[in-house]
Design a protein around this ligand. Structure first.
Ligand code: MG
Length: 233
């Protein structure tokens, strides 16, 4: 039984925890595969784009801009460098449209932040592109609930250890809440902090974890963010 009585600081993931994100990537991938349909099957295009993104991660990191560069590179490769400038322009527009999307908050987000912010120090810990994440936070209207915003280049144990040191919080006093087992839950459990998993209906393949990795790990899974208020009374 996990107890939360020592918790002083709560970290929230942003994408697919506070607001919709992954859905837009799925839509973009679909559009991208339509643009390249004369060169390859949708399945193959999906696979190649994913490979390209993973290959580029160490160079570009996460986020829409990195995704745009990977789409362009993938289009060049799949078309044997025959892709038209018009198609490249359409690809860039997919990314621009993603960056211009309104922010769609998930159910209960504002109620949860409002209630918890009176008792805990709340921080936002997200990866992705700094400018894009700042823009989304601004549009979300949630900024006043957070003491600190951290855009991390990655969400591994070492990134969290550094963050907690910076915040002067012990792992036992920190709870992370997020949709990704790989990024928001397991690294925290592994450094003796607490974590609560709130799955979103779609997960990027890169964020998926093997069942073996979660075996014996102590964390809670809830169906909707609002349930947090029953746990952290
Ligand atoms: Mg997320």
């Amino acid at each position: 039984m996990v107890d939360y009585k020592d918790i002083k600081v709560i970290g929230f993931d942003a994408d697919d925890t506070l607001w919709v994100n992954e859905t837009y990537f799925r839509e973009a991938e679909l559009e991208f595969s339509k643009l390249l349909s004369k060169y390859e099957t949708p399945n193959k295009i999906d696979q190649e784009l994913f490979k390209m993104e993973i290959g580029n991660l160490p160079l570009y990191g996460y986020g829409v801009k990195a995704f745009a560069l990977s789409m362009v590179e993938c289009a060049l490769e799949l078309s044997n460098k025959n892709v038209s400038p018009k198609t490249i322009e359409a690809i860039l527009n997919i990314a621009k449209d993603m960056l211009n999307k309104p922010v769609e908050l998930l159910d209960g987000v504002e109620d949860v932040l409002k209630a918890l912010s009176t008792k805990y120090r709340l921080i936002l810990a997200t990866k992705g592109d700094l400018l894009d994440q700042e823009r989304k936070l601004e549009k979300s209207g949630l900024t006043p609930y957070f003491h600190h915003i951290e855009v991390l280049s990655d969400k591994k144990e070492s990134n969290y250890t550094k963050l907690l040191k910076h915040l002067d919080v012990k792992p036992s006093e920190f709870l992370m809440i997020g949709n990704s087992l790989k990024s928001d839950v397991l690294p925290l459990v592994n450094i003796n902090a607490k974590a609560i998993h709130v799955p979103f209906h779609t997960t990027w393949a890169h964020e998926e974890v093997d069942e073996k990795e979660t075996n014996g790990k102590s964390y809670k899974t809830i169906g909707s963010l609002i349930e947090i208020l029953n746990i952290l009374k």
